[in-house]
Each structure stands twice: as C-alpha cells, then as structure tokens.
Design a protein around this ligand. Structure first.
Ligand SMILES: NC(=O)c1ccc[n+]([C@@H]2O[C@H](COP(=O)([O-])OP(=O)(O)OC[C@H]3O[C@@H](n4cnc5c(N)ncnc54)[C@H](OP(=O)(O)O)[C@@H]3O)[C@@H](O)[C@H]2O)c1
Length: 384
C-alpha cells in the first residue's frame, strides 16, 4: 500500500514549519505545536487511513521528529481477516522503551513501522465467524485509524460494551498489572504499610485501592497537590506525599512511622532512594517499572547508588521481584482479577479516573505528558 508521507509538521504551512524548527526546541514549546496540530488536524475519515509511524529513534524525551503521520488508503480485508476501526488508543509508559533499539522483553518498533499500542476498535467488516460488523474488540492495532487483523490475540467485547475504554485501563493491562503485582509478589498483609508512587496513574491508583481493600495502611506518592488530593480524597489512601516537595524525605518518613512492608516500584530515581532506608526486614518490592529513568541518555550523574540498593536488599532481607504482566503469572490469576475487579467497581470500592485526549494527531504530545507526569489518570486517545 502506498502511503503519503507527512512529517509531524505537514499539517502546517511552510512558513509555520520554519518557525517550528527554529522556535520549537524545548518541551514547553512543543505544546504550542500541539495547538497548531489541532487547528490543522483532520478527524478520522471513511476513506483515509492515518498511521503514526516511528520516524527516528529519540535521544531522551521524544520530540517533533520522533513520530510521523502518514496517510493512505484504508486496507481491504482478505479471506480470514477483519477490518478494524480504532475507537480508543491506550497511551502507556512502555511505549517509550519500544522506540529504542535496545534488548528488552519485546521487540523494538522498527523505523517506518506503526507505533505499537493496544486499542479498542470496532469491526467494520469481517471474514471470520467469531466476529461481526459492529462488534467492539481489544486489539494490538497500534497508532492508526484502521487495521487488518487475522483475529488472533483479539478479544471480542461484544456490541455496545459498557465503558469500552476501560478495557485499556482498570479492566485491562494496567489494572491487571496492579492486581497481580501487588497480590502475588507484594503479598500485603492486614495492618502492613504499602507505599506506591505514580499513585494517581492507572497502575498506582489501583495498587493503593486494592491494598486498602486488603486492610493495609497505604501511602501514595504523586507529583503535585492536585494529584495528592485526588489520591487521598477520591481513592481513599491514608496519605499522599508530593515527591516535588523540598521536604519529601521527611514527610515520607513521618507518614511511615512503622517503616514500609511493601514498596510497589513504579518510578525508580529519587523516590526509590528515599524509600530504601525505610524498608522493613522481609519487605517485598514488586519491581513493575522505573518511569523516571525511561528518557535517560546515559547513567545519571553523581553517586553510584548500587551499593546502597544492594546493601539494603541484603541487610533487610527484602524480596525484590521484577515482572512483566504478559508472561509472569498463570492464566488463573487473570480470571481472579476479572472476577474481583468487576465486583470492586460495582460496589464502588475501586474508583477509576480517565483522561481522554481527542484525536490521533494529539497522541505524540500526550505520550510526552504521560512520561513527565503531566497526565492525570489513565490516558486514552479517542481516535474515532
Ligand atoms: N511490568 C509490567 O508488566 C508493567 C505493566 C504496566 C505498567 N508498568 C509500569 O508501571 C508504571 C506505572 O504505569 P502507569 O501506566 O500507571 O503510568 P502513569 O502513572 O500513567 O504515568 C507515569 C507517571 O509516573 C510519574 N513520574 C514520571 N516521572 C517521574 C519522576 N521523575 N519521579 C516520580 N514520578 C514520576 C508521573 O506521576 P506523578 O506526576 O504523580 O509523579 C507520571 O504520571 C510505569 O513504570 C510502567 O512502565 C509495568
């Protein structure tokens, strides 16, 4: 299929492009670029497919050259294939890792390939018995309006599902990550102190609420007063500490007078180093992610914290276990998750906050927001 190539600045005039390349160099300025996108962006259409592809590998935070929008024909499904129209695209921190050509648990996105991502899509036409036009599905179609699928690893959500976007969040990968990581690795016991950072995000918010259901004392860590207020007032955590506060370490110590039994690791960096001296003997640390380091271009300057980290693990007999949600737990764990989470949501014991970004063209800027903490809640892109 022929795709017309659009740099991320093709939506603007030549004069504006020159302005962008000379002026839009910093992160803040790229937000102005997003406003220009909005003005010139085309919505999802019935005869064109927009695809966001990896144009070049970023060095640090992705910039305006990292992703490129291409336009082409909508593909036609062959025998045994489905045509899917993207409705919601999930934005997740792991997407930053897929932009690097580095060894990881998943293959990197190749240059020129559609950016990877889970979507909720509507079946437009189907040559497979298990799917009908109008069905909603969960699929790995990536950042594009339309995609073909052979139906493998596609979950049928039925027609008009309630809250379809929740399959990308609380009832999907992030919710399951929180559930399995906390309960199977963290093993929280009633009365213990559980600490989780990125506490207002989809994983952290769910970790803390499940820990409350398990009768733990739960301390969240989040960036800024608004997020902390949400974590305490709406999610029911016992306290939430702002990691940007000058006296963050003192506040965290005061909030954990009995030390920390479970630290659910989402962010790494300064937060991790502040947690280490507070870990109790036999603490458990599910190592889920280290988002504060995802845009590093080299090792951080300054002290080597390796000895402090390993020394703490040794002296305090801490159980540290990394996990990747796709292959670290048996299938039965997923069934338990769906059963429990469905009940908790129905009873109002778990609250869920979503941030819906309008339009595929706004996905690149929204991913950067997510990586640096400017998003609030689970981010999904309403594509069509
Ligand atoms: N292992 C797995 O299978 C698996 C599966 C899913 C997710 N994960 C990981 O789980 C973690 C949370 O994912 P999510 O989808 O729930 O993310 P998220 O909360 O939507 O977004 C990341 C959050 O991290 C925080 N953050 C960013 N830079 C930070 C820094 N320098 N210091 C402290 N906090 C910082 C920000 O929140 P604040 O503004 O509140 O600081 C930001 O909003 C990520 O590390 C992700 O990669 C792992």
């Amino acid at each position: 299929m022929e795709y017309m190539l659009y740099s991320t600045s093709t939506f603007v005039s030549v004069i504006q492009q020159v302005a962008i390349f000379t002026l839009f160099t910093s992160y803040e300025e790229r937000h102005s670029l997003r406003e220009i996108y909005l003005e010139f962006a085309m919505p999802q259409s019935l005869d064109t497919n927009r695809r966001v592809v990896l144009a070049e590998r970023p060095n640090g935070l992705p910039n305006e050259n990292t992703l490129r929008v291409e336009e082409g024909d909508i593909p036609q499904p062959g025998p045994g294939e489905l045509l899917l129209r993207t409705v919601y695209l999930s934005l997740d921190p792991y997407m930053r890792g897929r932009m690097d050509d580095a060894k990881s648990y998943a293959e990197p996105v190749k240059i020129g390939e559609v950016m990877t991502g889970q979507v909720v899509a509507e079946v437009v036409s189907s040559n497979l018995n298990a799917f009908e036009p109008g069905d909603y599905v969960l699929s790995g179609s990536g950042w594009q309006d339309y995609a073909l699928s052979n139906g493998k690893e596609v979950m049928n959500l039925g027609k008009e599902p309630q809250n379809p976007s929740w399959s990308l969040g609380i009832m999907g990968m992030p919710g399951y990550t929180a559930y399995a990581g906390l309960l199977k690795i963290g093993e929280p016991q009633p009365g213990e102190t559980v600490v989780v950072a990125a506490a207002s995000g989809p994983v952290g918010a769910t970790v803390g609420q499940i820990a409350k259901i398990k009768n733990c004392k739960v301390i969240g860590i989040a960036g800024g007063a608004d997020k902390c207020a949400h974590v305490v007032n709406n999610l029911g955590f016992d306290a939430c500490i702002d990691h940007k506060a000058d006296d963050f370490a003192e506040q965290l110590k005061a909030a954990c007078p009995d030390g920390i039994d479970v630290y659910f690791e989402n962010v790494g960096g300064k937060v991790l180093y502040t947690i280490l001296p507070l870990l109790n003997a036999f603490a458990r640390v599910p190592v889920c992610g280290v988002v504060s380091w995802y845009n590093l271009t080299g090792l951080p300057e300054g002290s080597d914290f390796g000895p402090a980290i390993m020394g703490t693990i040794l002296r305090m007999k801490v159980k540290v276990q990394g996990f990747i949600i796709f292959d670290s737990f048996p299938k039965s764990t997923y069934k338990e998750f769906v059963q429990d989470m469905t009940q908790w949501l129905a009873k109002g014991e778990v609250q869920y906050k979503e941030q819906v970004v309008e339009g595929l063209e706004n996905a690149p800027a929204a991913l950067n927001d997510l990586l640096v903490g400017k998003s609030f809640g689970k981010v999904v892109v309403k594509v069509g």
